[in-house]
Design a protein around this ligand. Structure first.
Ligand SMILES: Nc1ncnc2c1ncn2[C@@H]1O[C@H](COP(=O)(O)OP(=O)(O)OP(=O)(O)O)[C@@H](O)[C@H]1O
Length: 218
């Protein structure tokens, strides 16, 4: 469904390629962890998959549509409809309430259908926090708010950059069961992680090395 082909990415006028002739296929319903050393290009790859960033060269194909040919507005529309992103540092607005933060993406989309906000907060076990300001929440709670915000538009694919990076074991297990549940309901999930034990809970593990990505057998 999502295909990266012949992808190159450079941040310095093509002197160093962080991603170097990379090929990666993601199928509907995949439950994938991506590992790799610090600086290997995990976040770079996630940013390209989410269309937040574009490759220097190469193709990103979604169901036979070449996303690399879309302009910024078309890409933003595609992203709003199809992809949810959970950022490493949450990116929440601390003075807004949980409900306001979660609803934020819809202010920038032309989605007509009203989402089931309470249902999503319930699913993430944060409904009682709906009217609380984000700044008083714990790290685990903030991470669950950021997942709720990423799925409010009911995306086909959820991308999460180190979703358990700052969390203890209990919160890590919590996030894992939430991601499993979303996946069992049909959402494609890709996480980037440093944590091999966490990665082992996913159906497929890939490693980024030398600008390429390959499956890892564990
Ligand atoms: N916006 C940018 N401008 C310049 N260089 C960048 C930019 N983003 C990333 N890089 C460089 O690209 C390389 C890959 O970075 P990236 O964040 O993708 O790695 P990572 O595998 O996610 O690392 P980490 O595990 O430490 O988060 C690094 O050398 C980084 O310094």
């Amino acid at each position: 469904m999502y295909k990266l082909q012949n992808i190159y990415k450079s941040y310095d006028k093509e002197k160093t390629f962080i991603l170097n002739d990379l090929y990666f296929d993601v199928n509907e319903g995949d439950f994938v962890a991506i590992i790799g050393k610090s600086g290997s290009g995990k976040s770079t790859l996630l940013n390209i998959l989410s269309t937040i960033d574009t490759p220097t060269k190469g193709y990103y194909i979604f169901n036979d549509k070449n996303l690399t040919k879309l302009n910024d507005n078309q890409l933003a529309e595609f992203r709003n409809q199809s992809i949810g992103v959970v950022f490493q540092s949450y990116h929440l607005i601390e003075d807004y309430t949980v409900g306001e933060n979660v609803m934020l993406p819809l202010m920038f989309s032309n989605q007509k259908k009203q989402p089931n906000l309470d249902g999503i907060l319930e699913k993430l076990d944060i409904l009682p926090l709906k009217d609380k300001r984000v700044k008083i929440l714990s790290g685990g709670e903030q991470q669950r708010v950021s997942i709720a915000r990423a799925i409010i538009s009911n995306p086909k694919m959820l991308l999460a950059d180190e979703p358990t990076g700052n969390l203890d074991h209990e919160n890590r297990d919590n996030i894992l069961s939430i991601l499993k549940k979303l996946n069992s309901e049909g959402m494609t999930i890709i996480v980037v992680t440093h944590d091999l034990e966490f990665a082992k809970k996913f159906n497929k593990i890939y490693e980024i090395k030398d600008g390429k990505i390959n499956p890892v057998q564990i």
